[in-house]
Ligand binder design. Structure first.
Ligand SMILES: *[C@@H]1O[C@H](CO)[C@@H](O)[C@H](O)[C@H]1NC(C)=O
Ligand SMILES: *[C@@H]1O[C@H](CO)[C@@H](O)[C@H](O)[C@H]1NC(C)=O
Ligand SMILES: *[C@@H]1O[C@H](CO)[C@@H](O)[C@H](O)[C@H]1NC(C)=O
Ligand SMILES: *[C@@H]1O[C@H](CO)[C@@H](O)[C@H](O)[C@H]1NC(C)=O
Ligand SMILES: *[C@@H]1O[C@H](CO)[C@@H](O)[C@H](O)[C@H]1NC(C)=O
Ligand SMILES: *[C@@H]1O[C@H](CO)[C@@H](O)[C@H](O)[C@H]1NC(C)=O
Ligand SMILES: *[C@@H]1O[C@H](CO)[C@@H](O)[C@H](O)[C@H]1NC(C)=O
Ligand SMILES: *[C@@H]1O[C@H](CO)[C@@H](O)[C@H](O)[C@H]1NC(C)=O
Length: 525
């Protein structure tokens, strides 16, 4: 309180003095602008505006003296300020300002970047405009300022970045355009920005990026396009970004990644594609990314990966594939980067997929064993797969009853019976018989519909069934499944014989299968 009163007194005391100084400033700059300002160009000290009706008020750190402030925070209270209003010229009163911010306090009060003010601030290093309603960033908005290092225009309702919107700013390193509504970026919007390192477009409305948009930002290290509406990328989208280290494309609507999309980005280390709509990735989509260390593809709709996908990104040591629809991830997929996944700081995250329990997941056992990464271990420990009975029985040829070491003897047989039943459905065998045990038919149907979910690493690697190579899903599976492992055959024999009697009276061949499965269980527990 006391300070505030003192401040008011100070203002009153210095009012006359300031007026005098302002007149001096005006006099000094008069020659330059005589032709422009014909009428009443009384120039205020922007740091000491006492007029209550002023549309702009600034608080300057340390000083209210003219020509002495280095930092100013300005509030814009009233709308309708013309672009060439005298208030902007008043910034000439503080030509050594290095840091300037505008906080727009009234909706719609500032619809443009006040270039007319920036013109006088040749030492400016940082500008921040917030909560304005700037729709277009027009050519040379930042007045070719040679010392400007950072510009932030977050939350301003910007829709268009016009040609040369950001141009001739030889020292600019960071440009933040977060939370606007950018739809369109001219291909020459970024021009002659040789030191630009970081460009942020988080939370905008970008749906397409024109070819060559980034062709002039060749020193960019980080490009953030998180939370936009991008649905299409091609091999020209990222032209010019040869030095980029990090590209964030999370939360967009990308469905397809075509070949060589990132081919220009040969220094990229981190590529984030989580939370898109990815369904299809070309085998050569990541070609050229020889420096890539981290790739996130989580929360997409990938059902499989082309087998050579990681051939072109052999440096990869952190891969996030959680929450996709992967039914398999093969050793071929993972082989090019397998050794990178063993050190402590590596990551392979695979939870929440639709893996089918089969031998293509075998490598998970050995990686679990060999990796030093706690994250990878934990992730592998909780990866689940589905024992989809119809697929397993027709296209996979290993013992279905050796899968779960928690099943008891009775359930082993039941499970086998279940498999036979669904196999018969597939083969259009209509004959049905009651199987031994107490699992009701409804339960059985329920299990066969959903498939049984299991933890991959709890299934002994040796017992993961292998898919048969040449079977096409449209073909009816052969009646005799596989002569090498005669289980289905034997089950079938069992199936077609009278089973009113309990399993104790089974034919010797089936009994031996059951015994085999029991010994299996003992062996692995
Ligand atoms: C200008 O500011 C400097 C410190 O930034 C201060 O030492 C100096 O006294 C100020 N000059 C005037 C005229 O206020
Ligand atoms: C910035 O430079 C361009 C190109 O040299 C020029 O056309 C433009 O008038 C300059 N703008 C300012 C505000 O100096
Ligand atoms: C960039 O800024 C530094 C000081 O921050 C200055 O010395 C240099 O001249 C500026 N570069 C250009 C091209 O103006
Ligand atoms: C985003 O852009 C589309 C046109 O590309 C437009 O229809 C939509 O209204 C925009 N959304 C917002 C929030 O501005
Ligand atoms: C952008 O580049 C892609 C890939 O070369 C090309 O197919 C497409 O036609 C180009 N788009 C335009 C508008 O030039
Ligand atoms: C993605 O590819 C599929 C088939 O290859 C095509 O039908 C679809 O339209 C593509 N989506 C986009 C957004 O290009
Ligand atoms: C796990 O590692 C041990 C030695 O550390 C080895 O004996 C064992 O065979 C490995 N198991 C698998 C499944 O690779
Ligand atoms: C099963 O066989 C019957 C008669 O043989 C036939 O009408 C039916 O379409 C077949 N169903 C399937 C799924 O093949």
């Amino acid at each position: 309180m006391g300070r505030r009163i003192a401040g008011v007194i100070y203002i009153l005391i210095t009012f006359a003095l300031v007026n005098e100084m302002s007149i001096n400033v005006y006099a000094r700059d008069n020659n330059k602008r005589r032709t422009k300002e014909k009428s009443g160009g009384f120039q205020k000290n922007i740091c000491d505006i006492t007029d209550r009706d002023s549309k702009v008020h600034c608080y300057c750190e340390n000083t209210r003296e003219p020509r002495n402030a280095t930092k100013a925070e300005c509030w814009v209270f009233n709308g309708g300020i013309p672009r060439d209003d005298l208030i902007w010229q008043s910034f000439a009163s503080q030509p050594i300002l290095q840091t300037l911010s505008f906080n727009v306090r009234v909706d719609g009060a500032l619809g443009y970047i006040p270039t007319k003010a920036l013109l006088y601030l040749q030492r400016l290093r940082s500008i921040n405009i917030k909560y304005g309603n700037i729709v277009d960033v027009t050519p040379y908005s930042f007045a070719n300022l040679t010392n400007l290092k950072e510009a932030s225009l977050s939350q301003n309702q910007i829709e268009n970045l016009q040609q040369y919107a950001f141009a001739h700013l030889p020292n600019i390193t960071t440009l933040n355009l977060e939370e606007n509504m950018i739809i369109d970026i001219d291909t020459e919007a970024f021009y002659d920005l040789p030191k630009l390192q970081k460009l942020v477009f988080t939370k905008n409305n970008i749906s397409t990026i024109r070819n060559g948009t980034f062709q002039h930002t060749f020193n960019l290290l980080e490009l953030d396009l998180n939370k936009n509406n991008i649905y299409h990328l091609n091999r020209r989208t990222f032209d010019g970004l040869a030095n980029l280290r990090k590209l964030d494309l999370r939360k967009n609507r990308i469905q397809n990644l075509t070949e060589f999309t990132f081919a220009e980005l040969w220094n990229l280390q981190e590529l984030l594609l989580g939370k898109n709509d990815l369904r299809y990735i070309s085998e050569r989509a990541f070609d050229g990314l020889s420096q890539l260390r981290k790739l996130s593809l989580d929360d997409n709709k990938l059902a499989s990966l082309p087998s050579g996908l990681f051939e072109g990104v052999r440096g990869l040591s952190s891969v996030d594939l959680r929450s996709n629809e992967l039914h398999a991830l093969t050793f071929d997929n993972i082989k090019p980067i397998l050794d990178n996944l063993k050190p402590q700081n590596s990551n392979l995250l695979l939870e929440e997929n639709n893996f089918v329990c089969d031998c293509r997941l075998k490598w998970m056992h050995s990686l679990r064993n060999e990796t030093k990464s706690q994250n990878t271990k934990e992730s592998l420990d909780s990866v689940t797969c589905k024992m989809d009975p119809p697929i397993v029985s027709s296209a996979y040829n290993k013992m279905p009853d050796a899968m779960d070491d928690k099943l008891d003897y009775n359930q082993d047989i039941l499970h086998a019976g279940l498999t036979i039943e669904t196999l018969n459905d597939k083969m259009n065998v209509t004959e049905k018989k009651t199987l031994p045990g107490d699992l009701s038919k409804d339960d059985a149907n329920e299990i066969s519909k959903k498939g049984v979910k299991r933890t991959v690493l709890k299934i002994p690697a040796e017992t993961l069934p292998c898919p048969r190579e040449a079977i096409k899903t449209t073909e009816i599976p052969p009646y005799i499944v596989d002569p090498v492992i005669p289980i289905q055959n034997e089950m079938k024999t069992f199936r077609f014989h009278d089973t009113n009697s309990a399993y104790m009276k089974l034919r010797p061949s089936f009994g031996s299968v059951v015994l085999w499965s029991i010994s299996f269980r003992f062996f692995f527990t």
